[in-house]
Ligand binder design. Structure first.
Ligand code: FES
Ligand SMILES: [Fe+2]
Length: 424
């Protein structure tokens, strides 16, 4: 009923589902969102998964094969052989490139055809037979690729979180979500869910401290944006900061903070890319800063955190739902037109604005935010846990104001203008 603001038992009038926001959520070749996402380096596989066999992957709606040739180089090629289309997932990595199983053609990692062995001597067919290829780059056990226009390839971004004193950057988990990438990333700037989904509504999944509903603030940074979630734990204040770096990267602190004693900022972070396989499937790839004192094996570091992947029994996921369940059940592609956003969703709104601005910049022929780094430049981020002493103020309102002010001091943002208080 047009104009109605709701009435009891009105499901009959609310059955229509408008389409998703296509501009923001499409990832395929030639779509505005897809062309935007292609302007950034994206992880496509872990190096540990490239053995003697090629690996078939789907990235941004493209079917591809990633492999390591026997000379040690990684390659990312179109899946179907340029000869007659056989999938190169059945190809054989050779000293230089990969050989198609069907007629033995060999393609180098840059797509050049090196051999068409069944053709007569002197044949020049191979000069015309190129295989689609994308540049790759290995970093810390992850294979990244650039799927965009060659003339717009950006520098490889280097976040300051890649080097944390006393910690080792290690390849960590990857897990697939059966939903669009944007709702996966929305979650990264949604700190209030950490109190409800991970503590108050589904049982404590991390530490008890997560059960305190935080004061929230969001700020733009040079790298993207941050959320600041500040919790009162007795006479202590725990400040947790997480970064989002456009288009699809975020990093967060490990969920181990107990907030039982004051401590200076600590930064054992996890950095996570939400790489779209297609419009309704997303693979998360993680790097993690690991303290050697934790004594974790590479296999343990590679295990997804609690409830991040869909590998738990359905009944358990219903009783103790976690990130996988909350995000992927927002529909295969969350429908923004049906949302009722509140003050705690302001980070989500900011994140989507960054993405939309980037999509429109690319459509106008401009470079999107996040591609302007110089090669090797170290990019400042803020992710951290810090705990400070702060006696409770006399009123709840004053206490919340002091929490937010203290948080900004702790992370060195002083009283710069931000988005203000999150409200009640
Ligand atoms: S289809 Fe690949 S070599 Fe013929
Ligand atoms: Fe979460």
């Amino acid at each position: 009923m047009p104009g109605a603001i709701g009435m009891p038992y009105d499901g009959y009038r609310r059955r229509d589902t408008p389409p998703p926001d296509r501009e923001l959520t499409q990832v395929g070749p030639g779509t505005p969102g897809g062309e935007y996402l292609r302007r950034f380096w994206q992880p496509v596989a872990f190096a540990r998964d490239l053995g003697d066999r090629p690996r078939r992957v789907r990235i941004l709606g493209e079917d591809l094969v990633v492999f390591r040739d026997r000379g040690g180089r990684t390659g990312l090629l179109h899946l179907h052989c340029a000869h007659r289309g056989t999938s190169l997932e059945f190809g054989i990595p050779v000293e230089q490139g990969i050989r198609c199983c069907y007629h033995g053609w060999i393609f180098d990692v840059d797509g050049r055809c090196l051999a068409t062995p069944g053709e007569p001597p002197g044949s020049r067919l191979r000069e015309r037979a190129w295989q689609g290829a994308y540049p790759t780059r290995e970093f810390s056990g992850l294979v990244f690729a650039y799927l965009g226009p060659p003339e717009h390839r950006p520098a490889f971004p280097v976040y300051d979180s890649y080097a944390v004193p006393g910690h080792t950057l290690m390849p960590a988990a990857s897990f697939e979500m059966p939903c669009n990438w944007l709702q996966v990333k929305d979650n990264s700037m949604d700190p209030v869910h950490t109190a409800f989904l991970h503590a108050l509504s589904s049982g404590y999944q991390f530490t008890e401290a997560f059960g305190a509903v935080p004061e929230m603030d969001w700020r733009l940074t040079e790298a993207g944006m941050i959320y600041i979630a500040t919790r009162r734990i007795g006479d202590l204040v725990w400040v947790r900061v997480c970064d989002y770096m456009p288009p699809n990267v975020h990093q967060f602190t490990r969920e181990i903070e107990e907030a039982r004693a004051p401590k200076a900022a600590s930064r054992p972070v996890i950095i996570r890319w939400a790489v779209p396989n297609d419009d309704t499937h997303t693979t998360n790839f993680e790097l993690a800063q690991v303290d050697p004192a934790w004594g974790l094996s590479a296999e343990e570091v590679a295990r997804p955190g609690f409830g991040q992947s869909g590998d738990r029994p359905y009944a358990e996921r219903q009783r103790h739902p976690a990130d996988f369940d909350a995000q992927s059940s927002q529909r295969p592609i969350a429908v923004h037109a049906l949302e009722r956003l509140g003050s705690t969703d302001r980070g989500v709104v900011m994140l989507r604005r960054i993405v939309r601005d980037g999509i429109r910049a690319v459509a106008r022929g401009q470079a999107p935010w996040g591609t302007h780094w110089r090669e090797g430049q170290v990019i400042r981020t803020y992710t951290q846990d810090a705990v400070v002493e702060l006696p409770r103020a006399s009123t709840p309102e004053e206490d919340r104001r002091r929490l937010r002010a203290t948080a900004l001091e702790v992370i060195g943002l002083g009283d710069e203008a931000g988005t203000g208080a999150a409200g009640a």
